[in-house]
Design a protein around this ligand. Sequence first.
Ligand code: SF4
Length: 350
Amino acid sequence: MEPLLGKTLVELQEVALAAGLQKFAGKQLAEWLYVRRVRTIDDMTNISLKGREALKAAYTVGRHAPVREAVSTDGTRKYLFEAGGQFVETVYIPEDDRATLCVSTQAGCKMGCRFCMTGTLGFHGHLHASEILNQIFETDALALADGREPLSNIVYMGEGEPMDNMDEVLRSLEIMTAAYGCAWSPKRITVSTVGVPAMKRFLDESECHLAVSMHNPFGAERAQIMPAEKIMPIADVIALLKQYDWTHQRRVSFEYICWAGKNDSVRHAKEIIRLLKGLNSRINLIRFHEGVEKVARTNKEERHFPGSNEKQMEFLRDYLTDHGVTTTIRRSRGEDILAACGMLVNSLTV
Ligand code: SF4
């Protein structure tokens, strides 16, 4: 049966009319789904009994509890969800009085970034907006039930390339930010991309923040680790971003995993500075995880990517900052449960 979760207000109004209800019942459905977040149609008590029966004949709410959970020593939690016959992972990251959720938008990924464990899964399907929202609602409910911090931020950085599933990602963002939906500020949500032509649609149709995986400013070097470079070079990605206004509330950041001798030199820093000149943005330097290295080494292709040491990362941060590029080193979370960046391989299914 089709889920009601993931439907926009206009679609819920159509559902209401088809079920023999008044059009305004669409708004009531939205409130039950997105504000009160009920789990069954029977819980929608201001919808007539007859109306609820008509809805139940064709729809379910579409909520599914996670099938497994792992808890890191640092408080990070990883959840395994079933979605469309596949499994995906979601990561809850608490920090002081905030909690960020990293959601998946696809089962596996097509992009094939050579350093990423998720990329080794291959692609197994797009997630429907209901399955994206379900990750958010279920983990938020679990946090509340346990007395943990409710979600304050969401990053679309789990399994998959969000811009490769644009319709469903935009639909989920509309529901999260619309007045009829969850009414979140778009400034609490960041969507990531390796940089694909479809990102223009995201830039035009959403106000959420953007995070671009750069990892190397030189196209030829980047193409060796990120096949997406051949479809849309990082220079073109940045040229496109320069056409938009980033001086107000909306932010663009660049993710940059640091590898010893591969992308952490002054030469790379100078090229980053040159590329980003005139673009109000920031760089997040990310430490490469030993877990990913291990998988990379056991892979048939003998991929070996030793991460940069702390000293070199600090040098890079200071050099970039001194030259006007706001740069931070991002703390890694949840490594012990394979929940950190690039480590989502549905290990909870094993
Ligand atoms: S880094 Fe992101 S885009 Fe690249 S393979 Fe992994 S999940 Fe896909």
